[in-house]
Design a protein around this ligand. Sequence first.
Ligand code: 4NP
Length: 151
Amino acid sequence: MTQSILFVCLGNICRSPSAEGVVRHMARALGQGDDLRLDSAGTANWHAGKPPYGPMQEAAQARGYDLSDLRARRARPEDFHRFDLILAMDAENLENLQAIRPADATARLQLFTDYAPERGADHVPDPYYTRDFDGTLDLIEACAKGLLADL
Ligand code: 4NP
């Protein structure tokens, strides 16, 4: 059965497009790619229509993840009916998603870091501010592995 997952951060140009690209790449390598529908969105609309942030794309590309086709969009209430699972990158994203969540939402809403408890992280740090693009990718890869193992 096809499962659908939406990754959400603030701007949709660093963390959530990276999570989408990493999970897509790993799922294909595991032969699970056809069973998954993936997308990403931001709680803010600042970068709508834009590709992922240049330094983020470069760090991802260095690990074999091509993010160039992705375009930012804002998370919408309808997403709670269009996806099975919505994964927020931090507590602020989670709170902003809860604020637009329809009462009859069918999607489950969780933190992405729930899938890598061994890392002891309660959020994915925002490399737009930390500038640690590789540290963020390390954590995203760990969460992606845990997520795919759980599907
Ligand atoms: P993201 O990072 O939420 O991981 O996409 C950000 C990107 C841009 C901004 C904030 C966070 N910004 O303020 O423009």
